[in-house]
Ligand binder design. Structure first.
Ligand SMILES: [Zn+2]
Length: 202
């Protein structure tokens, strides 16, 4: 399969990111294989190729925000089937630690952001990729692959902040700082969905 690969860090991604032929990933029993239809860029894709603020595994395939079609499922997969349209949920948590089992997967002791901290050669900027069954979300037919990839990480970040932590309720006034950013734009929509009064800055 073709993938966007880099084997060294650089402040100029165009110098080090190459389209290469690499082996497709091998499926584990709890994972699904995905034919990637759409990718979005995320700031952590830049951090990855910069090698800052952390060093990530090399050679590396970036890409945390993808949408595509499931082409194969592992033997233990029960909720996703071949042909499903899915979007990535890039927060890889262990699901067994104290935090995971008390509803705080974001604080997981073993948390990795897929496509950023994972590898070598395990991210979304490829023709084919794989994710654990619990890290894909089925898409309604009226949500396009492009829209799904665009909202993947910013959507879960905004939802976590507003619904998971702030626990917004109808009638509240919500101030969205940075209303033109990805997280901000989705935050405005979530707050509106909750019938909040939204004030935004940009
Ligand atoms: Zn955990």
């Amino acid at each position: 399969m073709k993938a966007a690969v880099f084997s060294e860090y650089s402040k100029d991604p165009a110098k080090v990111v190459k389209i290469l032929d690499v082996d497709p990933p091998k499926l584990k029993s709890n994972e699904v294989m995905i034919k990637v239809e759409s990718d979005a860029f995320n700031y952590n894709d830049l951090w990855g190729v910069w090698g800052e603020p952390i060093k990530i595994p090399l050679p590396h395939i970036s890409g945390t925000d993808i949408a595509g079609t499931v082409t194969e499922i592992g033997s233990g997969v029960t909720t996703i089937k071949v042909g499903d349209r899915v979007v990535s949920h890039a927060n890889l948590s262990c699901r067994t630690c104290y935090y995971c089992t008390s509803g705080r997967e974001y604080d997981c002791s073993n948390r990795l952001v897929w496509g950023f901290q994972t590898g070598p050669l395990w991210g979304g900027f490829a023709q084919i990729t794989k994710l654990p069954e619990v890290n894909v979300v089925k898409l309604p037919n009226d949500v396009s692959y492009n829209d799904a990839a665009a909202i993947a990480m910013v959507g879960l970040t905004s939802w976590h902040m507003l619904v998971g932590r702030a626990k917004i309720v109808p009638g509240q006034t919500v101030l969205i700082m940075g209303g033109t950013s990805g997280v901000g734009m989705v935050g405005i929509q979530i707050a509106k969905l909750y019938n909040c009064n939204v004030i935004a800055t940009a």
